[in-house]
Design a protein around this ligand. Structure first.
Ligand SMILES: Cc1cc2nc3c(=O)[nH]c(=O)nc-3n(C[C@H](O)[C@H](O)[C@H](O)COP(=O)(O)OP(=O)(O)OC[C@H]3O[C@@H](n4cnc5c(N)ncnc54)[C@H](O)[C@@H]3O)c2cc1C
Length: 557
């Protein structure tokens, strides 16, 4: 099976690396400093010179916002096999069993590693044992948490503190990776815009894509502003194979208040017994799944979506009023504080919530060692698709994936140290960037509206076809030569969104997070089959999107 999405008409040309302001060389470039990039950078040998890039300040990442926790089968009643079974069940026939096994088997070791770096996970007050929470679709309590519901912030803190002490890692903050450099069919570096706007063609023996997720492609998301699918877009332009793009997990319970910025209300709240209620006060999830509020995320998100349509409302309610209020405040201090600041008390008020784009299961096809289809390029974390999440990620498995496979990729690295010893300076004066008239904010907002309207919790052929046409139309409004971060990001968003909508149109069944109202059943003939999207990037030098010809092919991993 083969299908070429019509990508003609993308008038975007990114920068030719030859025209960068200057050239530099390191051993390894790591694009992204969330859990995956940090775990990688901390695990390379001390004589390997690493440039670690973050788009914003160090510590700003999706990782930072993770609330619920980190899953690992360390409880007395738990086993690797049970964690494996739960992960594969959630993955809806698309998980790679071997990758899942290796992920969960390494979980306890990853926890020990984090503890050795000083991560302060919550402990049982009486026994002093690590406290374990429960989340949807986990058959056991196995979710480690920190600061109650500030798990990601604590993990990021510990990893950032550790990486700052590594002499071989140069941290480049506000350094934006524009594109991968591809020479003779291999990735040889990355083109980077430094804080001051200067561009550097940075070459390396390996480039690690750890650039995180794609939530900002949708109008409503739990993800912070940096999650604009840059990694996915860079990989597509470089000709790396990407996969499972049709699978974006929508978190069921993101706070929905008029005009308010989205804020995630962790699944762990339902794990502790909170109910979902419709506008008449009924627990509607009882009619949708035997696990009710603790059904897999896609089932809960669709249940809420259906109820919102039935109620003619943009939210349903999360109800904690029957639970021990003070205990819930202690267990979820961040959430309680955020609700307080918006005039809601979790002990006495119903909390309005709705589904929002949360986690991107698709990504750059990568082995557990991070190896991708493009020599020289590794991918780890949310930017990668290692096959562990299948069509639907099990809650709290993504921090685990970043840790386990980030470390594994570093352990498997074979390079001869010898990059430049001089650090990369970022002190040149600010300069004028190419100006343009285009209203990029408007284009980005239109991309998000299109994705939320047609490529959301429920999709169909007519909507997806409309989305693809709208995205192509939007791409034509972009400047022909994007010259600054906003323009590069917008170009990335339109390319990634187009690829995602194309993949969603291609998969004519419903499975995991991908629900097609025109194909509502799962097609068992597609069990284990993935849609692989790859551009035919045979041109060297300056790269133009209107020359992109992409194919989608179906294959087993
Ligand atoms: C609100 C929220 C709650 C969550 N809760 C949980 C949870 O409880 N448990 C769990 O397991 N998972 C949770 N997740 C998911 C999890 O946090 C992420 O999947 C995971 O942290 C991704 O880690 P990462 O290292 O791959 O990417 P990120 O942590 O997103 O880091 C990406 C990095 O890439 C950098 N970057 C991106 N683009 C560029 C570019 N062009 N140039 C340079 N740098 C770039 C960014 O600056 C950042 O440093 C949650 C996510 C959110 C948003």
């Amino acid at each position: 099976m083969n299908n070429a999405p019509d990508t003609a008409g993308f008038p975007i040309t990114l920068i030719n690396p030859e025209s960068a302001d200057r050239q530099a060389r390191v051993d390894v470039i790591v694009i992204g400093a969330g859990v995956a990039g940090l775990a990688f950078a901390l695990s390379v040998p001390a004589d390997v010179r690493v440039a670690l890039l973050t788009k914003g300040n160090l510590g700003e990442s999706n990782t930072r916002w993770a609330q619920g926790g980190l899953s690992a089968a360390i409880g007395g009643d738990d086993t690797i096999e049970l964690h494996e079974q739960d992960t594969i069940y959630a993955g809806a026939g698309l998980s790679d069993p071997e990758a899942v096994h290796d992920l969960v088997a390494d979980g306890p070791d990853a926890v020990d590693w984090l503890l050795s770096l000083g991560t302060a996970f919550d402990r049982d007050e009486e026994t002093g044992e690590l406290a374990l929470g429960r989340e949807a679709a986990h058959s056991r309590r196995r979710v480690l948490h920190a600061g109650g519901d500030a798990t990601g912030a604590e993990i990021e803190r510990a990893l950032v503190a550790a990486v700052r002490s590594r002499a071989n890692v140069q941290i480049l903050e506000c350094a934006f990776a524009i594109d991968l450099i591809v020479r003779d069919g291999a990735c040889t570096g990355a083109l980077i815009a430094l804080r001051d706007g200067e561009t550097v063609a940075l070459t390396a023996q390996a480039v690690v894509l750890a650039a995180g997720g794609a939530g900002q492609l949708w109008a409503t998301t739990s993800n912070p502003p940096a999650a604009t699918a840059d990694g996915l877009a860079m990989a597509i332009r470089a000709g790396a194979a990407v996969v499972d793009l049709e699978f974006c997990q929508f978190h069921p319970t993101v706070l929905q208040l008029p005009g308010g910025t989205p804020f995630l209300v962790s699944e762990a709240v339902r794990g502790e017994g909170a109910y979902l209620r419709d506008h008449a006060g009924n627990r509607f999830m009882l009619n949708e799944h035997e696990l009710a509020e603790l059904a897999p995320r896609d089932v809960v998100a669709r249940g809420i979506q259906k109820q919102m349509v039935a109620d003619g409302a943009d939210h349903v309610f999360l109800d904690l009023r029957h639970l021990d209020g003070p205990k819930m405040r202690r267990r979820f201090p961040t959430i309680a504080r955020e609700l307080d600041s918006r005039g809601l008390d979790l002990a006495t008020d119903l909390i309005p919530v709705a589904p929002a784009a949360h986690y991107f299961m698709g990504g750059v096809i990568a082995e557990e060692s991070g190896v991708t289809s493009l020599p020289g390029l590794l991918a780890v974390g949310e930017a990668a698709c290692t096959g562990v999440h299948g069509a639907n990620r099990l809650a709290s498995n993504s921090l685990l994936e970043g840790l386990v496979f980030g470390r594994k990729a570093a352990a498997g690295l074979h390079i001869a140290p010898g990059g430049d010893s001089a650090p990369i300076e970022t002190q040149s004066p600010d300069r004028e960037l190419d100006g343009h008239e285009t209203n990029l904010a408007e284009i980005r907002s239109s991309i998000q509206q299109t994705m939320s309207r047609y490529v959301s919790v429920v999709r169909d052929q007519a909507g997806l076809t409309t989305a693809i046409a709208e995205l192509e139309q939007l791409s034509r409004q972009l400047p022909a030569h994007p010259g600054d971060r906003d323009a590069w990001i917008t170009a990335n968003m339109v390319l990634a969104a187009h690829a995602i909508a194309s993949a969603a149109l291609f998969r004519e069944e419903s499975r995991g997070a991908h629900f097609r109202s025109d194909f509502p059943a799962r097609d068992s003939a597609l069990d284990g089959l993935h849609y692989i999207y790859q551009s035919d990037n045979t041109t060297e030098g300056e790269w133009s999107l209107d020359r992109l010809s992409a194919v989608i092919r179906v294959a087993r991993r």
